[in-house]
Ligand binder design. Structure first.
Ligand SMILES: NC(=O)C1=CN([C@@H]2O[C@H](COP(=O)(O)OP(=O)(O)OC[C@H]3O[C@@H](n4cnc5c(N)ncnc54)[C@H](OP(=O)(O)O)[C@@H]3O)[C@@H](O)[C@H]2O)[C@H](O)CC1
Ligand code: K
Length: 495
């Protein structure tokens, strides 16, 4: 897991790297510029007109180095504009200014708004970075407004200028609004919140060689789940194992109007590799289950109290369950048993906060989307506030809360928030959450602890969606479910 760190901590990592790894800061700037350019060229054709607008701190220094490197790479239509309203120049800015002057790249100076061109095709924003430290004056706000309004494509260096990624009040934001931000070393936590869309529509992170050891030694409440972390959680299938080794999942889902949800959930359990799956449903549905998913076993939902739960390693309950009295009774019943449990969708809709057991067994996971979350925990004005509630509630209720988002937050009873790095808008279709519930329940059955199962379940689900989105504009839950085994294999093979 990668620690996500604050602006201040990133600046400390910068200083630590220069001092202890003996990398001069101007070399670090060069590495940052190389990494930026490598990422940037996959978004931008070298024939396009690229305007690089720079400040005079190190963010500006990055911009100057980027201009030189883009020129070397074959970008012919580059112009650099230096904003002249800075009190001082950083050393590495000056070094890179001298270096850029040795090239043919035109360097222009801007002391007023009308020194800038009326429109920009591609604008690289290297005006202010992590050193942004006070209210913007009229010079900066009018320049930012001009760039925001008159550019086809804005790419920010490290952070959009004027954005403080550690403060989450964006009601009066007047900085750069980028389409893309290429950030250094670690994702900014702020960019995982939907409210960051007004600041940058997308982001990419590039490695600039800061000390990983130092960054990982910083205590952080936010942890980024990448492919390597996912691999470390996936248990290897060993010789002499059998279906009993991989656990037995009970899926309790699907009212008469939403039988499909139960099948999607149970199939996701199957494709995430649980050993045995039993679907608890109405007996009139049994013949269809046998045909549509012959691997599944069935039990009659009307006789749920007769089930010997000791046989089951985990229970998934909720997708398409309905919200009638029977559904409520089922949910309350399973909530009070000791079997690891994933509660989703209607299982959450029939509950109130006070229904959660005071001392839940260790493996209770809930997977709400925003509406389910707010119904249970109260309305929230922003995702930042919502996440704080999720974090506190996971600690208080001693459960795992999987708060679904583009970057899903997995909040644990020990106050940590794991942020899932996978998933994409092609997956926005009914039934996707049912599949996620199945993934998590299967991993619980395969022996992962609840925190691990929630983290890996979210990762594998989003990862499969990401792979498919490279070939399909929309990824249906059925398509995703069919591809889960391939993703599991892929992840198991990460070097
Ligand atoms: N650690 C890394 O990841 C690396 C980061 N790099 C890049 O460096 C910047 C941070 O550079 P820094 O020089 O510390 O700061 P900035 O360039 O962002 O800004 C400093 C200048 O901006 C002036 N400033 C600040 N706020 C305002 C404002 N509201 N209005 C006007 N001017 C402002 C500030 O002025 P002072 O009077 O306060 O001095 C400075 O002149 C980071 O984001 C990366 O891009 C390295 O290149 C590689 C390692
Ligand atoms: K910037």
């Amino acid at each position: 897991m990668l620690n996500l760190i604050t602006n201040q901590q990133m600046r400390m990592a910068d200083a630590y790297t220069c001092e202890n790894l003996k990398i001069p800061s101007v070399d670090l700037m060069e590495k940052a510029a190389i990494a930026f350019v490598k990422a940037f060229i996959s978004y931008c054709n070298p024939e396009r007109e690229v305007y690089i607008i720079v400040g005079k701190g190190n963010n500006g220094g990055d911009g100057l180095a980027i201009a030189r490197l883009l020129h070397q790479t074959g970008f012919k239509n580059i112009k650099v504009y230096i904003l002249e309203k800075f009190n001082s120049e950083s050393n590495d800015f000056v070094i890179n200014y001298e270096r850029l002057k040795q090239t043919e790249v035109p360097i222009l100076h801007c002391t007023a708004l009308n020194d800038l061109p009326p429109t920009f095709d591609v604008a690289i924003d290297a005006i202010l970075g992590s050193g942004f430290n006070r209210e913007l004056d009229l010079f900066f706000t009018s320049i930012f407004k001009h760039i925001n309004t008159n550019s086809n494509f804005i790419v920010s260096v490290d952070v959009p200028s004027g954005c403080n990624v550690d403060s989450f009040n964006y009601n009066s934001y007047n900085g750069i609004r980028a389409q893309l931000t290429i950030s250094f070393q670690r994702p900014k936590f702020f960019f995982t919140l939907p409210e960051s869309q007004m600041v940058t529509e997308d982001f990419e992170v590039v490695d600039i060689g800061l000390s990983q050891e130092y960054i990982q030694s910083i205590t952080s409440e936010y942890l980024w789940v990448d492919k390597e972390a996912a691999k470390s959680l996936l248990p290897r299938r060993k010789k002499f194992t059998h279906k009993g080794t991989y656990g037995h999942v009970l899926v309790c889902a699907g009212s008469p109007h939403m039988r499909g949800a139960s099948l999607l959930c149970a199939k996701a359990v199957l494709k995430t590799g649980a050993g045995l799956i039993t679907l608890l449903t109405n007996s009139d549905f049994f013949p269809f289950v046998n045909v549509l998913a012959p691997e599944l076993m069935t039990k009659n939902i009307n006789q749920f109290k007769d089930i010997n739960l000791e046989k089951f390693s985990s229970i998934a309950i909720g997708p398409g369950l309905g919200t009638d009295e029977k559904a409520k009774e089922l949910v309350h019943y399973f909530l009070r048993q000791n079997t690891p449990l994933v509660l989703d969708a209607d299982a959450l809709n029939v509950l109130q906060l006070e229904d959660f057991p005071k001392n839940p067994h260790e493996s209770l996971i809930i997977t709400p989307h925003v509406n389910e979350f707010d119904r249970l925990f109260g309305q929230h004005e922003s995702w930042y506030e919502r996440l704080q509630t999720a974090k506190k509630s996971a600690e208080k209720l001693k459960i795992i809360i999987v708060l679904k988002n583009q970057y899903t937050y997995i909040c644990t009873p020990n106050g940590k928030v794991f942020i899932n790095s996978t998933g994409n808008p092609a997956m926005a279709q009914g039934g996707m959450g049912d599949a996620l519930t199945g993934c998590i329940a299967a991993l619980l059955a395969r022996g992962l602890n609840p925190q691990e199962a929630a983290i890996l379940g979210c990762f594998i689900h989003g990862y499969t969606g990401d792979k498919l989105a490279q070939h399909y504009e929309v990824v249906s839950p059925s398509l995703l479910i069919d591809n889960l085994p391939k993703s599991l294999l892929d992840i198991s093979k990460v070097e």
